[in-house]
Structures are given as structure tokens and as C-alpha cells.
Design a protein around this ligand. Sequence first.
Ligand SMILES: Nc1nc2c(ncn2[C@@H]2O[C@H](COP(=O)(O)OP(=O)(O)O)[C@@H](O)[C@H]2O)c(=O)[nH]1
Ligand SMILES: [Mg+2]
Length: 237
Amino acid sequence: MKFVLALPTYNEKENLKILLPRLIEIIKNIKDWEGEIVVVDDSSPDGTSEFVEEMMKKYSNLHLVKRKAKSGLGSAYIAGFKYGINVLGADNVFSMDSDLSHDPDLIPTFLEYASTNDIVIGSRYIKGGDFKNWPWIRKAISRGANIYGQLILGLNVNDISSGYRCYNALLWKKIGFENVKTNGYCTLEEILYLAKKESARVKEIPLVFVDRTIGETKLTYKEMIKFFTTIIKLRFS
Ligand SMILES: Nc1nc2c(ncn2[C@@H]2O[C@H](COP(=O)(O)OP(=O)(O)O)[C@@H](O)[C@H]2O)c(=O)[nH]1
Ligand SMILES: [Mg+2]
């Protein structure tokens, strides 16, 4: 069995210096699974791609999808999943933030549930889940976005905006990458909406989300407004 971690990056070189060696170490120690990493970088000005290319000389299970310009988080996920499933033959694909907010030590727990579910989600809104060092305003926005998305799209998932997930490749064959129409932070909700139509089995495991200490968030006010209008469009399209 093979899993692939898709890591979207924009100016995350300093975080990757810490995260990539940790991931490689963790992958080595997981039994019964082969693990590979795909960084999807949008030609970050800080030289993230160049750093990954340098690391690739050392690690054969590290790959890079390099895009010409900043092209959105949603399409970065899809590019990573496509590479993972179509090129590397993954049975399961993860999305994981590259800023150390998503604890890599949780990977084995995700994999425990990966074969019997279509999506496993690291959830901040179930028992044991939490936020560490996140400003109250970000928590409030996250909470609001979750309730709003759950209501409008009828999603029976506690944390619909968590980007730490593991998908079964077979689910993606059913959904079809070409059917994902949004791009941005709202793509996470769209994927759950499409998965619901396929009666996907979803499992949530507790995630303590730790705010980044290096670099800056890429979530803009424009992106937040786009989120609210896109959810409505999704529901009525
Ligand atoms: N390739 C790519 N990665 C992105 C883009 N926007 C955000 N990311 C990455 O997606 C992850 C989550 O973004 P982040 O800014 O940390 O969002 P936050 O955790 O909600 O504040 C990080 O690894 C970012 O570098 C994008 O347009 N393209
Ligand atoms: Mg982040």
C-alpha cells in the first residue's frame, strides 16, 4: 500500500527545512506502507522550489510539482493528488499544510482508518481536537465558516475546513478531478460536498492545530469573502 502526502507551498522554505526531514523519518518508520511526498509550489519568491529540488537529490521519495505563478490552494491540492494517484500510484493521498500546523506524528493514526474510510479528517471540532495559539479572530472565522458551510451544503462533518486529510484514491476515481470547480480555501468544502454525493465514509480524528511560528498566512480577506459566495453558488448550481 502506498500513501502520498501532498504539501501545497507558497513561501514555506523555512518551514520545509524542519518539516521535510521529519516527514521522511516518520515515513521510514511506518510499517506496511510506502510513503512519498509531493510538494506543490507556485514558484515561491523565497526559493521553496529550489530548496525542494536540492533535497530531492538526497531523497528519492520526494517530488516537486512546480507551477509558474501563485494559482490558489484548491488547485494546488488537486495537482498534488493527481500526481500522487496518476503518476505515483497512491492508494491514499493526504493534504497537509506545510507550516507545521498539522502534526506529522498523526500520520499513522490517519492510516489506521484509511482502508475502512473514504476520507479521514484531522478535526479541531471533536473531543480531543483544539487550536493552539490561534488568534480569537481566526477561531471565530473558522467556527463561523464551519457552521455556515455545514448548514448550506448539508454536511454532517464537524470540521469541514480542516486541510489535514487523507483520501482513498478510489473516491477520487468516483468524484473525478475535473468535477472540482472551485479554487481556494473553499475547495475543501466542495470536496466534501462532492464526496457526500458519492456517499463517502468520513472519519474524523482529533487534531490540535498549532498556529504557524514561521512565515505568514496566505488567507486574505478577499479569500474569506469568496468563501461565503462560493458556498452559496455550490449549493444552487
Ligand atoms: N501552492 C500553493 N500553496 C498555497 C497557496 N495558498 C496557500 N498555500 C499553502 O497552503 C497551506 C495553508 O495555507 P496557510 O496560509 O497556512 O493558511 P492558514 O493555515 O489557514 O492560515 C500552506 O502550506 C501554504 O503555503 C497557493 O496559492 N498555492
Ligand atoms: Mg497555516
